[in-house]
Design a protein. Structure first.
Length: 228
């Protein structure tokens, strides 16, 4: 082996042994590349004003449905009382018994009908709110220069004195298995900005045609760059 060849091998070995040379250098914060943000969708969902209004509307709907069922239930109790005071085998008692059976069938059918309607209204509410959040995240990401937004669900820290039953342990295991984001730096979190945006959603165009958040060149620093 030539002297130059030996020096090349030694130099390469020296460089590989330098501290920090065994991993890629971190990307500078101001460098170009993929910009990543995270959002706690559940928190944004709960704090969206429309969510509160829709929940109140659904509560009124549920109360109204229960009132209809209660009305039929009271009639059923009245019919039961009427049947009990009539002599068995009489035509009048048989007629009351038939009315009672019909009322009970009516209550069952009404409960199913109103229950199905309520479940559908819940789905419609959730879909409308998720569509709003989706549009708001898209607007916020474009305004902040973010290329990718990941859903972040903060891990629920197990208390030292927490229940250690098989069910509790299984719940923790499932939480880990379903986790999508395992770590995200605080500076990537867009949740606060999203919640603020949802307080005034949907946005109204400004007089000059620009949106309230600007054109993407202003409105706060963008999250730190992440690797793709």
């Amino acid at each position: 082996m030539s002297i130059l060849r030996c020096w090349a091998v030694l130099a390469a070995t020296f460089v590989c042994c330098l501290p920090g040379q065994d991993r890629p250098a971190s990307r500078p914060a101001g460098s170009t590349g993929l910009v990543v943000g995270t959002v706690d969708v559940n928190k944004a969902y709960d704090l969206y004003p429309r969510t509160q209004k829709e929940r109140e509307r659904l509560k009124k709907l549920a109360d109204g449905s229960q009132a209809q069922i209660d009305k039929v239930s009271r009639r059923i109790e009245e019919l039961k009382a009427s049947v009990m005071v009539l002599n068995e085998g009489t035509l009048e008692r048989e007629a009351k018994q038939l009315d009672l059976e019909m009322a009970m069938a009516e209550r069952n059918g009404l409960a199913k009908l109103l229950g199905d309607q309520f479940e559908f209204e819940q789905l419609r509410m959730r879909l409308a709110i998720y569509e709003d959040i989706d549009a708001a995240i898209t607007h916020l990401a474009r305004d902040r220069g973010v290329h990718l937004v990941l859903r972040l669900k903060p891990a629920e820290r197990a208390n030292e004195a927490a229940d250690k039953t098989p069910k509790a342990v299984q719940g923790r295991v499932l939480e880990f298995e379903r986790r999508e984001v395992w770590f995200a730096a605080d500076e990537l979190d867009l949740t606060s900005d999203l919640i603020k945006l949802l307080q005034v959603w949907p946005l109204q165009p400004a007089r000059d045609g620009a949106t309230p958040l600007g054109d993407g060149k202003a409105g706060g620093a963008a999250p730190a760059s992440g690797g793709g």
